[in-house]
Design a protein around this ligand. Structure first.
Ligand code: ADP
Ligand code: MG
Length: 934
């Protein structure tokens, strides 16, 4: 059958069409596939026919919509109305029509809209790109080989492999299950995990009882299964209800909320002031009511920071893009700002602080200790005792146990990796291969590993090979001759755990009683291994009579086989990263499932204080008050289970800390969700952990957390620079006009009280200043690099607002200085030349120059040179150029300004120097005043 025919076959059967009622064979037939999966070609054809496997988001917003949204603002409406009105009045008989003003106002508004549009559009794009980056992958059979593909490329007929921690990529019928349990709460609301099997069911079984089906948007909690995909994308069960679900949640960050709120408050303040200006103008000056209205509305447009929220979003989005380049993938935008305030990191060890490239370097069995040579996954090492090569025979039962009780696999030769699977388990396959151990077996049953159990058991039937015989003979329960058809239970796990389930130990090929001395000796070697920073696993086995007995029955009375210790070297750069975080006032704490001794030894290597290390059990048994005290001191937590992590986290949070916590397993999801910044692992992490997290480390590396925090701090700074810049500029503009009108009527009544065009700045000038300053320079600020010493400072308090007292004082003082110097220039110009236009032009030129230069004044506080942001240099140059164009081309007529002669620039320069001096003075005074308050 071709892809089209397959489409029809599937299309014939609407959603939920009783896939569960058919046998697995029939299901394969219906989707035109087989246990061998699809060919790459066929899969591509089906992808074309069915479309990508995704729940289509509500239509993304169109460009036009984003553009129009820029003008959906009452102030803009009023301004347009006023402009048109002035045009209309101009058309009255006897009046002089002023087309240019109205046209210019509309044009400038349009340009403003374009800037807003560019910002919104870029923010939207960045967010979309992030969403795509974080889309999950699936393991499917293509051309007979297991490959990893983007979940969106999964098609009906694909054979998919699922295991604990995976997200289910599409709706699929289970054809083989080994203890698979899934969490279907997202679909059915049922929170308990559901066990899956391949058995056909009654055709009328309801969705929640279809135990041989797995569904998109649910996840595998434990176990494994193979399933064949029957529906993808919008054809899935969740696709069917997608329309009822809310579209991609758009959370507003607290910055965004704060800034929005700020905007509104400023808006009210400005409207009050403007009413005052208008009243003064109407009562005391000769300005016409219409021009008063126009000035008022223009001031409102100029002074209300309507662009601020968009800029905040853009800055966050740009920042998150920089983070992706450093391997930190932000899944939720608000986290960018929380990152900057993190003061405690709780990190796991294996894979984050260490490489997670495990190699067995030591082994112990029957009272003897061995060194294992060979690096990485090379299998040509050997077992040694002292200087001589040792006979590995006594180790063989243990090595076979490690290879059988194992989910890792050798990769086919065509792949660029040697093995698939958990590095701990890969190391065990490699050590077994070094001794040439026969690991042939048939798996009967698995009792899976969880971080709570810290052990795993596999029931295997021998293939009759020597290895199997050897182990069975060694571990056969002397009491029973009969057995379960040659089934052996193999257990591996944390040595204490494994020992707890043993009553005998293998010694000289015989199972002998596990006496207290023998137990103590084993624990002693365990400690010795762990003290050398090795991760230690214990192994045990026994012959099983009833393979279907309950788990507890199987996992008891075992024969202890030995220990293997594996080396996992610290990652390069981690000790430096830990030191950098400390320097930056961030505490770093390790929480690992590994042994205390191993944890301490690795901790020591990467710079943790291992004194007073606590174990998970101690965490569980201490009271809340004790724990709150302990978490302030302890830097190493060992043998912790996910629930202990949650306790440590909540103790830290009740102490007022802002905590970033890492996690990789299914059971880490609660901790990841509760943490202020939940961080999951891109390589090692399960889909479930990734979906619960705020940020994914694409390289699993601790150093990436440090880099992300540095970026987060930089972004916070950028937003502050921005708010400072925009608000002080706005404050300056409003104050200049307000105070200017008041002073003007007092100082120059012959101008202000008699001439209708008498304004300090015309609406067109105000709009222009607002455009050029809010435009390019402000955009470029969003791309500002972070300050050099950003990680030398302690983190900012979580509750510290963007606009703190110091910033508000600075905005006020800058507005004031701008007003004083600007108006001095204006009135001096008016006085000396008697020309209103000259005075206006001077002020107009001065304000643009001041605002452009002020960006660098603000940046200098963060020790940033102008050269560090080429965008900004360009933006400033462009702004100044545009300003010259307005002044010196025929455009100056439209703007109602004149070409300033050179000596007039001398005046502007003098005012400018005065501005800088006063600004410096006031900022020194404020610094001192605020330092004194602390
Ligand atoms: P971590 O990742 O912090 O080292 P885990 O929870 O993964 O901690 O592991 C805890 C302990 O469980 C390990 O020290 C080891 O003894 C044991 N263990 C780890 N992986 C496996 C496995 N695949 N099978 C059996 N036991 C394991
Ligand atoms: Mg682990």
């Amino acid at each position: 059958m071709t892809a089209d025919a397959a489409t029809e076959a599937v299309a014939d059967d609407p959603r939920g069409s009783e896939w569960h009622g058919d046998s697995a064979e029939r299901v394969f037939e219906r989707v035109d596939s087989s246990t061998a999966g699809l060919s790459g070609e066929e899969a591509a054809a089906r992808l074309d026919a069915h479309g990508p496997n995704e729940i289509r988001q509500s239509e993304s917003i169109s460009l036009v919509e984003i553009f129009l949204a820029q003008f959906r603002d009452v102030l803009v409406y009023i301004l347009v109305l006023a402009a048109l009105l002035s045009l209309g009045v101009g058309l009255l008989p006897g009046a002089e029509a002023n087309y240019t003003d109205a046209a210019l106002i509309l044009l400038i508004l349009l340009a403003n809209g374009v800037f807003g549009f560019v910002q919104d559009y870029r923010a939207e794009k960045s967010i979309e790109a992030l969403r795509e980056l974080s889309s999950p992958v699936a393991t499917v059979l293509r051309d007979g080989e297991k490959v990893t593909v983007d979940s969106t490329a999964v098609v009906p007929g694909d054979v998919v492999f699922l295991e604990g921690g995976d997200a289910v990529p599409a709706d699929a019928r289970v054809v083989e299950a080994a203890g698979l349990k899934t969490d279907e709460s997202a679909l059915t609301g049922e929170s308990a995990a559901v066990e899956k099997s391949a058995e056909p069911l009654d055709a009328d079984a309801p969705l929640a009882e279809r135990s041989n089906m797995v569904y998109m948007n649910t996840s595998a909690v434990e176990g494994q299964a193979t399933a064949v995909v029957v529906a993808t994308g919008m054809d899935t069960e969740v696709g069917g209800i997608a329309t009822q679900m809310e579209a991609a949640e758009e959370q507003e960050t607290s910055f965004q909320a704060e800034v929005d709120h700020l905007g509104t408050r400023i808006g009210y303040g400005v409207v009050g002031l403007i009413a005052l200006v208008a009243a003064v103008q109407l009562l005391l000056t000769a300005a016409s009511p219409l021009s008063v209205l126009l000035v008022g509305v223009t001031l409102a447009v100029a002074a209300v920071p309507e662009g601020l929220p968009a800029v905040v979003t853009l800055t966050l989005a740009l920042g998150s893009r920089r983070m992706v380049e450093k391997n930190a993938l932000v899944r939720r935008l608000p986290v960018v700002e929380s990152l900057g305030a993190v003061d405690t990191i709780v990190t796991d060890k294996t894979g984050t602080l260490t490489e997670n490239r495990m190699t067995v370097v030591r082994a112990a069995a029957a009272g003897e200790t061995y060194d294992v040579t060979g690096t990485g996954t090379e299998t040509d090492g050997e077992f040694r005792q002292g200087e001589r090569t040792a006979d590995a025979v006594p180790l063989e039962p243990m090595l076979r146990c490690g290879a059988v009780c194992n989910n890792a696999e050798r990769a086919p030769d065509s792949q660029d990796v040697d093995y698939y699977g958990d590095p701990t388990e890969v190391a065990l396959l490699v050590s077994a291969a070094k001794a040439g151990v026969d690991a042939a077996h048939r798996r009967v049953r698995v009792i899976p590993f969880t971080s709570e159990r810290r052990r795993m058991t596999v029931l295997a039937a021998g293939e009759g090979g020597d290895g199997e015989e050897g182990v069975r003979n060694a571990v056969r329960d002397g009491a029973t001759g009969a057995d379960g058809g040659g089934v052996t239970a193999y257990m591996k796990g944390a040595p204490e755990q494994v020992l707890d389930h043993c009553d005998r130990v293998l010694d000289g090929g015989e199972a002998v009683e596990l006496t207290d001395e023998r137990r103590a000796a084993i624990l002693e070697s365990n400690r010795a291994f762990a003290g050398d920073a090795l991760r230690v696993l214990g192994f045990a086995a026994r012959a099983v009579t009833d393979p279907d007995a309950p788990d507890e029955e199987i996992e008891r009375g075992m024969v202890f086989l030995g220990l293997q210790g594996m080396l996992d070297p610290p990652r390069e750069g981690v000790p430096e990263a830990v030191a950098d975080c400390r320097e930056a006032g961030i505490r770093v704490v390790m929480a690992t499932g590994d042994n205390v001794e191993t944890a301490k030894a690795i901790g020591r290597e990467v710079g943790f204080d291992p004194e007073g290390a606590l174990t998970g059990r101690e965490v569980a048994s201490s009271s809340e008050a004790e724990l709150r005290e302990a978490v302030e001191e302890t830097e190493v937590f060992a043998r912790v289970e996910p629930e202990h992590k949650v306790r440590v986290l909540s103790a830290l949070q009740s102490n007022g800390h802002n905590v970033a916590m890492t996690g990789d397993g299914v059971n880490d999801a609660p901790a990841l969700r509760n943490a202020d910044v939940g961080i999951s692992m891109g390589i090692r992490g399960t889909d479930v952990a990734q979906q619960a997290s705020d940020m994914v480390l694409r390289d699993d590396n601790f150093a990436t957390i440090r880099d992300a925090i540095a970026e987060g701090r930089g972004i916070f700074d950028n937003i502050r620079k921005f708010v400072n810049y925009l608000l002080s500029a706005n404050a300056g503009e409003v104050l200049v006009v307000f105070v200017g009108v008041l002073l003007g009527t007092v100082l120059f009544p012959e101008v202000f009280a008699e001439r209708p065009e008498a304004l300090v700045l015309t609406p067109v000038m105000l709009l222009w200043i607002n455009l050029v300053t809010d435009g390019f320079p402000a955009l470029a600020l969003g791309a500002d690099p972070k300050a050099e010493g950003i990680m030398d400072e302690p983190p900012r308090p979580t509750d510290e607002p963007v606009l703190d007292g110091r910033l508000m004082a600075s905005i006020g003082s800058i507005g004031l200085v701008m007003t004083v110097t600007g108006l001095a220039l204006f009135f001096f110009g008016l006085q000396s030349t008697g020309s209103l236009v000259r005075a206006q032009t001077l002020l107009f030129a001065f304000l643009v120059v001041v605002e452009v230069v002020r960006i660098q004044v603000i940046r200098a506080r963060y020790d940033l040179s102008l050269a560090s942001n080429p965008w900004l240099v360009g933006a400033i140059a462009l702004t100044l150029l545009l300003q010259l164009v307005v002044l010196y081309t025929p455009l100056n007529d439209l703007f109602g300004v004149e070409a300033l002669p050179l000596d007039a620039w001398g005046l502007v320069g003098a005012a400018f120097v005065a501005f800088l001096a006063l600004n410096l003075l006031s900022s020194r005074l404020l610094d001192r005043a605020f330092a004194a308050r602390e």
